[in-house]
Design a protein around this ligand. Sequence first.
Ligand code: SF4
Ligand code: SF4
Length: 458
Amino acid sequence: MTEKKKMRRREFLKATGLAGLTLPAIKIVSRANNTEFLSSREQYGSFLVKRNSKGDPVYKVDTSKYKRFVEKDTMFSRSHWDQKTMDMEKQYQGTELQRIKNKDPGYSLLDYSFNHASWTGDNNSFYKWTSSRSRPGKALYDLPAWKPDDLPPREVTNIIKKAALFYGASMVGVAKLDERWVYLKAFYRRQERKDQQGPVEADIFIKDADEPVKLSENNQVIIPKSCKYVIAMVLEMDIDASEAAPTCIAAAATGNGYSRMAVTAGTLAQFIRGLGYMALPQGNDTSLSIPIAVDAGLGELGRNGLLITPKFGSRFRICKVFTDMPLIPDGPISFGVTEFCEICGKCAKYCPSGSIMEGPRTYERRIFSNNPGVYKWPIDPFKCYQYWQENGTDCNTCIYVCPYNKPESWLHDAARNLIGFKSSSLNKIILELDNACGYGEEKNPSQYWKKNNFIHIS
Ligand code: SF4
Ligand code: SF4
């Protein structure tokens, strides 16, 4: 194709809006002391975010209190061994059918079917750590690993990020793996090994090894020490469906996110294996997704106990891939979330179960399903899960009501820029405007099916 024709094609795509995704170009706008001010329309929307140039964390950990967590104590694992949780779940049986028969808006047969189907792709087979098409844990071909001499490491990292976006991520970042975020023990609820009958708990070892082992015959997980990097990805959830919280329609946005993240993490891992490196794709298993995503510069931790990103608030799911491929880490970012959460508290106000804390952060845990030692607002996941049983589906209200969960517009962009100043008086004004606009109030879920424009995932 001649240069002229190439230009015409590019101009045509631009004019028709089909130019597509571009790799997030992150610009350093200015530097002061150890702080870099970054801008990237694709990655941060209209926020100007700060990054410590030394890569310092944006959270505080009390090392005398913090211990690697055991996955068995998470709420979803407790459904498989904790009698109190199992008794609570009995309440759920029958709730679905009753709500369908009641014709409750957002809980009809249409809505339940929509929700259940959205989970179809959440399949364990995508999260394999080795592949039958590759040598165990390693390359697709018996060739040396891909190490282009003519590309600087930053560009190699960008190629991996571009592939992650291509395979379905909405945002991607890289962190050096902090072993504190890896579970001490894994808990495999679903069948991971052919002979596995029921859930299995397995010790996780991070040690010198030539290949990863997801679950050995003697119930061990081996993460090779050479897997020093983690690629964290968020996948946006549909904004219209999320507005129907706490109904099945919003729950479908969650299920759809889980289905897509399995494909994205599994496919990216296979791509990396093809290049001759190890790749260990994960959903919620093996390690804590939120601190990894914070380290990878994707967002900050909010009062709602979730990651808040500049572009989507908490309206996404997270997946990740550990790898030994040498990559350049992004540093953690800050854009005023902690300061805004301190005065906002909308998630705590609207949470139907009282699971979200009011008041200041703490190093303590509220129940054993929390991990103490990180300065944060721990939620009470038992109360949250109890509400899901009463509700007949999962909730999502804390995602929907959060003022960071907004589509881009000039007004929202202006507010986002003001939040960046971390001024409590400005934050109070923004919060009042958010409330005055009726943001966060429950909407009629049936409206979801009446909207014609339903492709809302960018
Ligand atoms: S999902 Fe619902 S019940 Fe659970 S913490 Fe969020 S708002 Fe509260
Ligand atoms: S609703 Fe408010 S307090 Fe809660 S996470 Fe969002 S910004 Fe923070």
